[in-house]
Ligand binder design. Structure first.
Ligand code: NZQ
Ligand code: ZN
Length: 393
């Protein structure tokens, strides 16, 4: 196990009815006026908006609103939010929703105290300070409710996205009522489950030795998600399954199971190009990329893939030919995604094989474009080969 630091400052209020404490949590963490950041209206339909605004009123916290955050959130709403906060004297960001609302709130939070363009932080400059961010989570998946990341697409016409990583805007609290995730469309439930599976795999496939505890944590989380996601799809009101998914999504990405090891993150890097080109749901893009990445890198450490197959999917170990076990695990993962209703080929997310060279070039133009991947180094040729595998499925 490598040396590590671990910082997870988020206060969690988990369970049915906890949203009633939102106002007092804003106050407890120093807020006197909040900006409510949310999406296209799901929170008005499922009751989260009414509950949260009632709680803010009860706690005497005035608030202004920034609705209309879209999936794969754009910079325009961040600029709008920064201006609104300055004009209204807002000192607390409250995101109600999934990763897109949370990531927008995080970007606004670093932008308000900065005398310049917030995009500097997403392209070249470390963030040093932030307004506090609180979250009322309605979609299990990204783990943004406790993570150090914000993913924003810039609207300058060149499909440019930035992933800012910083401890300064890790949320100070996250209210997590699994009940609110019962209203999710099946596709979003599945996409969220895929995202959390991926967050664990990005950590699990590592070359760092002696990481027994975190390997086992990863496997426990993966198995739990494999069980809970189909239950939630079959019966959307299954509170126990929704609760397991919600907490698993947080544990998958606050780095509890990734400490002390070199992590991979190649599938995420490749997926972000799919989202940029086709505006697909992040989890859906991952369902396409992950099995292809696994097939491509499997020979690098066949025994790790065989262990994944046995410990996570219950495959039988073929001691004479462990590569068969490894392949079986990857096949089971792909079938699982299909059973969830996720796409597993480029064509299914509206992608075209002809775009592959453009995606690779686009990646190359980013700061630190190539190589990426902590398990196996991915250069332009490797990225192209993995994308070609996604075209086959
Ligand atoms: O906009 P509304 O009406 O709210 O509808 C949303 C949206 O259409 C809907 N939804 C959310 N909660 C709902 C609901 N519908 C019914 N009932 C509910 N309870 O779901 C749709 C998707 O929402 P979104 O927030 O976009 O999804 P998700 O949570 O998957 O977030 C995706 C974004 O997070 C980024 C992704 O790249 C993507 O931009 N990520 C952020 C990470 C982080 N900050 O740590 C890590 C991830 O790897 C990821 O990159
Ligand atoms: Zn992700």
């Amino acid at each position: 196990m490598n040396n590590f630091t671990f910082y997870s400052p988020t206060f969690f209020a988990f369970g049915d009815g906890e949203e009633q404490n939102t106002g007092s949590l804003v106050r407890r963490f120093g807020g006197t006026k909040a900006l409510l950041v949310y999406g296209g209206g799901s929170i008005k339909r499922n009751g989260a908006y009414d509950a949260v605004t009632a709680s803010l009123r009860e706690a005497g916290i005035p608030f202004v609103e920034l609705p209309g955050i879209q999936v794969n959130p754009r910079s325009g709403k961040v600029y709008e939010g920064i201006e609104l906060c300055r004009r209204e004297g807002v000192d607390f960001l409250l995101a109600v929703g999934g990763g897109s609302a949370i990531d927008t709130a995080k970007a606004i939070a670093v932008g308000v105290p900065y005398d310049g363009d917030f995009w500097d932080f997403f392209s070249k400059k470390p963030a040093e300070t932030s307004l506090p961010v609180g979250v009322v989570l309605t979609l299990s998946g990204t783990g943004s409710e406790a993570s150090d990341s914000s993913v924003i697409t810039h609207e300058n016409g060149s499909l440019k996205w930035g992933n800012l990583k910083s401890d300064v805007f890790r949320p100070v609290f996250a209210v997590m009522n699994p009940r609110y995730t019962c209203s999710l469309p099946a596709y979003q439930t599945a996409s969220g489950a895929t995202d959390m599976l991926s967050h664990i795999c990005e950590r699990y496939f590592s070359n760092t030795p002696d990481v027994v505890l975190t390997d086992r944590l990863c496997e426990a989380l993966l198995k739990t998600i494999l069980e809970a996601a189909p239950k939630a799809l079959k019966n959307p009101d299954d509170y126990a399954a929704r609760a397991d998914l919600m907490w698993a999504g947080m544990l998958a990405h606050n780095n509890s199971c990734g400490v002390g090891r070199v992590q991979d993150w190649a599938s995420h890097q490749i997926e972000h190009e799919l989202s940029a080109f086709y505006d697909c749901a992040h989890g859906a893009g991952l369902a396409v990329v992950m099995p292809a990445w696994m097939e491509y890198v499997m020979d690098h450490d066949v025994m790790r893939f065989a262990r994944f197959a046995v410990n996570v999917f219950g495959c039988e170990m073929d001691f004479a030919h462990p590569e068969n076990t490894a392949k079986e695990g990857i096949a089971r993962l792909r079938s699982f995604f299909r059973a969830l209703g996720m796409p597993t080929t480029l064509a299914e997310i509206g992608g075209r094989e002809a775009d592959i060279p453009a995606m690779v070039s686009h990646r190359a133009e980013k700061p630190g474009g190539f190589p990426f991947g902590g398990f196996v180094k991915i250069g332009p040729e490797e990225m192209e080969a993995i994308l070609r595998l996604t075209a086959r499925g």
